[in-house]
Write a protein that binds this ligand. Structure first.
Ligand code: SAH
Length: 240
């Protein structure tokens, strides 16, 4: 990254209440690995350096802004893609134990390789579908938090995430500027999965001023064995 973009990252993160100075070299390397891998495979549509800083790094870190990820927590990143938000989170929060999950093997290979290169011992990566992990005793009801960005609508996310959460755990969904329509259907979905909508926090991203929401869904009761339904069904026939 250019020195200008490093400063941009540090200043934008400061607006989120994060001190990134000691982590700037890690983000610099993450950027380089992402750029190199993007030459060879279709990993992410965001390529421009400034965009990577703002739309991948800063946007990913904004899920920390509500304090919902404070503490030593087991966190699953549902649909991590090229590692967002998992990798930025792992860099700035060594106390989080993160599992990065994605259905696409080549993306998971990248996340795994990158975590190793950056020496991030607090993040593991697994290729698979949330529907499958949600029925696997090794993963069902094992996480304190599920974070997710740009994966699906709230009713779908709720069906995929709540089975993976412990009672008392939370889904932390990163959403754009307009959530009202999704939220309408989300209340019903949450009730069926043993949860309820908690905080809905509206905020603006540093620098760009783009509108964002963090939607928190709290798991209050055990999830019925009926959920999650089989692969692909949650997205094809969302609960309401
Ligand atoms: N969170 C990343 C990637 C978003 S793209 C980011 O913000 O940049 C959405 C990703 O979710 C894709 O990589 C896709 O493979 C994954 N995905 C969608 N549904 C999934 C499911 N049911 N289980 C696991 N991964 C899923």
């Amino acid at each position: 990254m250019t020195p200008e973009h490093q400063s941009l990252l540090i200043e934008a993160a400061q607006d989120l209440g994060l001190d990134l100075r000691e982590h700037a070299p890690a983000f610099d390397r993450l950027h380089a690995l992402l750029a190199e891998a993007s030459e060879q495979m279709n990993l992410t549509t965001i390529r421009d350096e400034r965009d990577v800083v703002l739309k991948h790094f800063v946007d990913s870190l904004s899920c920390l802004s509500g304090g919902h990820l404070d503490g030593e927590l087991d966190v699953l990143d549902l649909g991590t893609g090229a590692g967002f938000p998992a990798l930025p989170l792992a860099i700035v929060r060594p106390d989080l134990r993160i599992l990065a999950l994605d259905a696409t093997r080549r993306k998971i290979d990248f996340v795994e390789r990158t975590a190793r290169t950056l020496g991030l011992t607090n993040v593991r990566a697994v290729a698979g579908r949330a529907e499958t992990l949600g029925r696997d005793p090794a993963h069902r009801a094992r996480y304190d938090r599920v974070v997710t960005r740009a994966v699906a609508s709230l009713p779908v996310l709720i069906e995929l995430a709540l089975p993976l959460l412990r009672i008392g755990g939370q889904l932390v969904a990163q959403k754009g500027s307009d959530v009202s329509e999704e939220l309408n259907a989300a209340g019903g979905a949450a009730a069926q999965l043993g949860g309820r909508i908690g905080d809905v926090r509206a905020f603006r991203l540093p620098v760009t001023g783009d509108g964002r929401h963090l939607v928190i869904v709290e798991k209050t009761d055990e999830t019925s064995e009926r959920f999650p339904r089989r692969e692909g069904v949650p997205a094809r026939h969302p609960l309401s």
